[in-house]
Ligand binder design. Structure first.
Ligand code: IPM
Ligand code: MG
Length: 358
């Protein structure tokens, strides 16, 4: 890796440019970074007719890490199978960069437990990680329309399942280091119905003995959805296929009551650049008003520093700064409950920068 990390910045649509701009200021306060900005999603469709151009994909592959805001908005919503859609940009990046492992940590900030839709005693102690397979399954299988029918195929190979299972087991071992908690992986599938799920369960079970310190259990996805709201604190690492992971990660995100707080990392093979983005979307309804919550993007920058740029100390400093400003009662609009005073994107950014400098 070059001494000055080369970051491709993809602000995207909606609130994307506001939160990514704030995140660039955060990075600049930590040291030297080279930024290269490109279009992705709806803005790229407007400019080039496609959500992701070959040039942008090539730039991302040649970078040290990619920071993404969000893509999409009502302007580009369509059911026309031939029209370009912003999401194709994201899916094209995931596939084109080989980002098969999506990590979505869910840890309610202690200051925000009151915003959870769950009772405090139920949410207390929740600290889990969703490991979602990101380049296979129904998202990338053959699909199409034939007269009045449509199909989307779901396929998985042994190799695809094995590598994501290893990511999950290793993540759970890392989380256990120094925390004293017992590592546990919950593999989620629909093995009572789907053949891909039966292969999934078989492969995960077969590699589990390589990680004898990690407890493994299997849950059917409908049951997992239920257990997540009834006993969220019992989960450690959840590993699952692409579509189940999409759904369960939004459910897990809402456990905290603030989707606006959750970061994510999408990673490929060792040494390849990763992609880092907040879990929340482009929020077109509040775009351009200066009120978007930049904290999930800040926490995504922390994941970038930890997983992409090997700077774990800086990552920990950002996480501590975010916790500290929340502790002091600073809230963006999405976090405020019962008429609490709120700050905008700019002020929230300033306060976090000040906290980092302190
Ligand atoms: C996500 C999003 C995407 C997905 C969409 C925007 C294609 O929901 O990252 O979870 O379904 O993977
Ligand atoms: Mg989703």
């Amino acid at each position: 890796m070059s001494p000055t990390p080369h970051i491709v910045v993809l602000p995207g649509d909606g609130i994307g440019p506001e939160i990514v701009g704030a995140a660039q200021r955060l990075l600049e306060s930590l040291g030297e970074f080279e930024f290269e900005e490109h279009l992705l999603g709806g803005c790229s469709i407007d400019a080039h007719g496609v959500a992701l151009t070959d040039e942008v994909l090539a730039a991302c592959r040649a970078s040290d890490a990619v920071l993404l805001g969000a893509v999409g908005g009502p302007k580009w919503d369509t059911t026309d199978p031939d029209a370009p859609r912003p999401e194709q940009g994201l899916l094209g990046l995931r596939k084109g960069m080989g980002l098969y492992a999506n990590l979505r940590p869910v840890r309610p900030s202690p200051a925000l437990v009151g915003s959870s839709p769950l009772r405090e005693e139920r949410i207390a102690g929740t600290d889990l990680l969703v490991v979602r397979e990101l380049t296979g399954g129904i998202y990338f299988g053959d699909s199409g329309r034939d007269g009045d029918r449509a199909h989307d195929n779901c396929e998985y190979s042994v190799g695809e399942i094995e590598r994501i299972a290893r990511t999950a087991f290793e993540a759970s071992q890392r989380r256990a280091e120094g925390s004293g908690r017992k590592p546990r992986v919950t593999s989620v599938d629909k093995a009572n119905v789907l053949e891909t799920s039966r292969l999934w369960r078989e492969v995960v079970g077969r590699i589990a003995p390589d990680y004898p310190d990690v407890a493994l259990d299997h849950l059917l996805v409908d049951n997992a959805a239920m257990q997540l709201v009834s006993r969220p604190a019992d989960f450690d690492v959840i590993v699952t296929e692409n579509l189940f992971g999409d759904i369960l990660s939004d459910e897990s995100a809402m456990l905290t009551g603030s989707l606006g707080m959750l970061p994510s990392a999408s990673l490929g093979v060792e040494g390849a650049p990763g992609l880092f983005e907040p879990v929340h979307g482009s929020a077109p309804d509040i775009a351009g008003q200066g009120i978007a919550n930049p904290l999930a993007t800040f926490l995504s920058v922390a994941m970038m520093l930890r997983h992409g740029l090997d700077r774990p100390e800086d990552a920990a400093r950002i996480e501590a700064a975010v916790d500290a400003v929340l502790d002091r009662g600073l809230r963006t609009l999405d976090l405020a409950v019962g008429g609490e005073a709120t700050v905008g994107t700019e002020e929230m950014t300033e306060v976090v920068l000040k906290e980092l400098a302190a």
